[in-house]
Design a protein around this ligand. Structure first.
Ligand code: PHE
Length: 339
């Protein structure tokens, strides 16, 4: 048996070919089920125990030699095919293009960062939602006109299932499963049935925030958002709150910041008012807390929500929302970020 292995080994060492077919025949001869190496392993059973160790090693050496031979011949055949079939020079250094983050990701990460510094966690949830989490739990009474504030994509076969119109739905899921204190933001993609234009899109991104604890007040909300605006738009930024309406908050407000382009003097971005709107907010309606099994006698909370597209437009002076989705490399190359 030892001699046999020696003969095979020298055959393997001297074997050479430049065709795939011959290489395959070689593989079959040695390695296939009925090949020479499995036959050697079969004979191995009859070898006297004292010789086993040595013979075993020889068979393994042979097997490895066959495998290495196949790999090296295959490599040289592949190389020849490439060099004769094309003019690609694989030895040239690669033409590397370092990508940049999408502006929406840059701003989303910045927003997350600002809120995580004051103790907010990040929560995510499904984009395909049911009516309860998107509307009913949030105090949108059935057939209430407030449901039309957000033009919704429903799933045709089941009106209970829809594409979420805001990430407040994620906060409902959090409230259902956690007892306060809750302090979380939910970034994510949302969908509304709107015609696509420079100022509106049927898909966009939001970050919504929620804080629930004992004794949370409107003053907490104002100060948190004041801190946020200064962190994102600069130390000189001013904020103002205007009364507004949302079914899930009472009282509700919209927050404006002093126009970051003209510093409040008036320009065409702020329509010469000196202010631009950036988010909606308010104190969580007690009905919402109760719908999510939170004791509204004991706890109060605030919520806020903003569109990332809009904030990015203000931050980078982008005047057409459609640019975000077109993937034009000339647009994307203008953004560089380390986070
Ligand atoms: N969910 C609201 C929207 O999508 C934003 C919002 C969130 C307003 C929380 C108030 C409080 O428009």
């Amino acid at each position: 048996m030892k001699d046999k292995i020696k003969i095979y080994l020298s055959e393997v060492e001297s074997f050479t070919t430049d065709t795939i077919d011959q290489l395959e025949a070689f593989r079959i001869k040695f390695l296939s089920k009925k090949g020479l190496i499995p036959a050697l392993f079969a004979d191995f059973k009859n070898v006297a125990p004292v010789d086993r160790k040595e013979l075993g090693q020889h068979i393994n050496t042979l097997k490895q030699a066959v495998q290495q031979k196949i790999v090296s011949i295959k490599e040289s055949i592949d190389q020849k095919t490439v060099s004769t079939n094309s003019s690609i020079d694989l030895t040239l250094p690669g033409e590397s293009e370092i990508g940049t983050r999408h502006p929406l990701s840059i701003v989303r990460n910045e927003i997350i960062d600002i809120f995580s510094r004051i103790g907010f966690s990040v929560s995510e949830g499904p984009e395909i939602e049911d009516d309860f989490h998107n509307f009913t739990a949030l105090n949108f009474v059935e057939n209430h006109p407030a449901r039309d504030m957000q033009d919704t994509f429903f799933i045709e076969t089941d009106p209970d299932i829809l594409l979420r119109t805001h990430t407040s739905s994620v906060q409902v899921r959090i409230m259902e499963n956690t007892q306060p204190p809750i302090r979380t933001i939910s970034p994510g993609r949302v969908f509304r049935n709107e015609a696509i234009s420079a100022r509106a899109h049927c898909i966009f991104h939001q970050v919504e925030g929620l804080y629930i604890d004992t004794d949370v007040s409107f003053a907490d909300l104002k100060h948190t958002l004041f801190y946020f605006a200064k962190e994102l738009f600069g130390e000189k930024t001013k904020t103002r709150f205007r009364p507004s309406y949302f079914p899930f908050t009472e009282p509700s407000a919209e927050m404006d910041i002093s126009c970051n382009i003209c510093g409040g003097k008036g320009c065409n971005i702020c329509k010469y008012t000196g202010w631009v709107e950036i988010l909606g907010c308010g104190m969580v309606d007690p009905n919402v807390l109760e719908n999510c099994n939170i004791d509204s006698e004991k706890y109060t909370g605030y919520a806020f929500g903003m569109g990332i597209e809009r904030i990015t437009m203000l931050k980078y002076q982008i005047n057409d929302l459609r640019l975000y989705f077109e993937n034009d490399i000339r647009f994307l190359r203008q953004f560089e970020s380390t986070n």
